[in-house]
Design a protein around this ligand. Structure first.
Ligand code: FAD
Ligand code: NAP
Length: 336
C-alpha cells in the first residue's frame, strides 16, 4: 500500500517535521520489485529510508520514500573458524549485534548501540571504538533501482573507506541494499584498547571479558556521552574526522601542542570534535539548535529546529574551523 502525505518526524532521529508525498514500506524483495516496477510511480523521485539516524532533512520529499523493512537473521554457513550470518536490511543494527552476542558470534560487539538499520551500515562503513563494518563484512545483496535486478557485492566491490563506500559515491541512489552477510569469528579477538573500554571494564570489575561484557562497556560509555535521540534530536557525529597530510598535522601541532592526531595510513586523522570545541562551539545554543555540551561533534535539535537551521549552523562551524586551523570539515550526515 502506498501512503500519502506522511510526516517523517517519527522516522528521523533529528525529529525534523518534513513531509513525504508518498511512502511505501517494503517487507520482501518481490514487494520492493513491485514498487520499483509500478508504472504509476515511475516518474516519482525515490528516496530510501532506513532508521533515519544519519539524515538531515532540509525540505519536504516531493516523491516516493521507500522504507526498507526487510527482516530476518540467519546463520547461512559455518566453517572451522567463522560463522556467516545474513541479516535483512530492515533489521535494527543493535538487534543484530545482540543476536550475534547471544549466539557467540564475535566481531561486532564494539559496534553496540549504533542506531539505524542493517541496510544502511555498509553505506558509510559504520565504525566505532576501532572496529568498522568492513572488518567483518562478507557480502551484500542489493536491488538495482531501475531494473529491479538483484546483485551481489563482495567487500572489494563496496570500496569501503573511512565512513565511506561506493554507495555513497559512484553508485549513490542506484541500489537498495536488501541484505548484508557478515563473517563473524568463533574465537573472539577483543579490541578493548580503544577509547575508554578498558577503563570501563575495570570499573565493572571485569578482567577476562566476554563478548557481552565488551558490548556492555561500550553501551555504558555511549550512554554517558551521547544524547539519546528519543530525548534530544540528533544524528550522531555530524562531521567526519578529517584525515590530513601528516606534514600539515605537524605544522598544526607546532601551533596547537595539544591537538590530537591518530595515524591513518601515511596520513593523520584529526578529531573533528576537538577542532570544533577549540573554536568555542561546544555546548553553544544557536536558536533551536546547537553543538552538544558533552560532544561538540554532535549537533542537536532542541525541539523546533528546521533542517535548514541545522544546516546553517553546520556551515558556520565549518567556516570557523577552516579560519582557525585551515582544515575543511566534511559532513558525515546525508543532507537532503
Ligand atoms: P538512514 O539515516 O535511514 O539513511 C542513511 C543513508 O543511507 C541515506 O542516504 C539513505 O538513503 C541510505 N540508505 C538507508 N538504507 C539503505 C538501503 N537499505 N539501501 C541503500 N541506501 C540506504 N555511525 C557510525 O558509523 N558509528 C557510530 O558510532 C554512530 N553513532 C551514532 C550515534 C547516534 C546517537 C546517532 C543518532 C547516529 C550514529 N551514527 C553512527 C550514525 C548512524 O547511526 C549510522 O550511519 C547508521 O548506519 C544509519 O542507519 P539508518 O538506517 O538510520 O540510515
Ligand atoms: P572519543 O573516544 O572521544 O574520541 C574522539 C575521536 O578520536 C574519535 O572520533 C575517534 O575517531 C578518535 N580516536 C580516539 N581514540 C582513538 C584511537 N585509539 N585510535 C584512533 N582514533 C581514535 O570519541 P566519541 O565521540 O566518544 O566516540 C567513540 C566512538 O564511537 C568513535 O569511534 C566514534 O567514531 C563512534 N561514534 C560515531 C558516531 C557517528 O555518528 N559516526 C557517533 C558517536 C560515536 P573515530 O571516530 O575514527 O573512531
Amino acid at each position: 500500500m502506498i501512503e500519502q502525505n506522511v510526516s517523517l518526524k517519527p522516522y528521523n532521529t533529528f525529529g525534523l517535521n518534513v513531509q513525504a508525498k508518498l511512502m511505501a514500506r517494503v517487507h520482501s524483495i518481490p514487494s520492493l520489485q513491485e514498487v520499483l516496477a509500478d508504472i504509476k510511480l515511475k516518474n516519482e523521485e525515490r528516496f530510501i529510508l532506513g532508521g533515519g539516524s544519519n539524515l538531515l532533512l532540509t525540505k519536504n520529499i516531493d516523491g516516493l520514500v521507500i522504507k526498507n523493512e526487510l527482516l530476518g537473521i540467519a546463520l547461512i554457513k559455518e566453517t572451522d573458524d567463522f560463522f556467516f550470518v545474513q541479516s535483512g536490511a530492515g533489521v535494527v543494527w543493535h538487534e543484530l549485534v545482540m543476536h550475534c552476542i547471544a549466539h557467540g558470534y564475535a566481531g561486532i560487539e564494539n559496534l553496540s548501540l549504533i542506531p539505524g538499520n542493517v541496510g544502511a551500515a555498509p553505506m558509510q562503513n559504520i565504525g566505532a571504538y576501532g572496529v568498522e563494518l568492513k572488518d567483518v563484512f562478507h557480502s551484500l545483496e542489493a536491488v538495482e533501482m531501475t531494473t529491479g535486478k538483484v546483485e551481489t557485492f563482495l567487500a572489494t566491490d563496496c570500496e569501503f573507506g573511512y565512513r565511506e563506500s561506493v554507495f555513497k559515491r559512484k553508485l549513490k541512489g542506484q541500489f537498495i541494499i536488501s541484505s548484508v552477510t557478515l563473517r563473524l569469528s568463533k574465537k573472539p579477538n577483543f579490541n578493548t584498547s580503544y577509547g575508554a573500554i578498558e577503563e570501563e571494564l575495570e570499573l565493572l570489575g571485569i578482567s577476562s571479558p566476554t563478548l557481552k561484557d565488551v558490548s556492555q562497556a561500550v553501551i555504558n560509555i555511549r550512554q554517558s556521552k551521547l544524547p539519546d535521540p528519543k530525548v534530544l534530536g540528533n544524528s550522531g557525529s555530524f562531521f567526519k574526522n578529517p584525515v590530513v597530510a601528516t606534514a600539515l598535522y605537524e605544522e598544526l601541532k607546532a601551533k596547537h601542542p595539544t591537538i590530537p592526531g591518530y595515524p591513518a595510513g601515511d596520513e593523520t586523522k584529526l578529531a573533528a570534535g576537538w577542532l570544533i570545541e577549540q573554536c568555542g562551539w561546544k555546548g553553544k545554543v544557536v536558536g533551536n539548535t546547537g553543538s552538544h555540551a558533552k560532544q561538540a561533534l554532535v549537533l542537536v535539535n532542541y525541539g523546533n529546529a528546521t533542517g535548514v537551521e541545522i544546516f546553517n549552523l553546520s556551515e558556520q562551524i565549518m567556516q570557523s574551523v577552516y579560519d582557525t586551523f585551515g582544515v575543511q570539515l566534511e559532513r558525515e550526515v546525508n543532507v537532503y
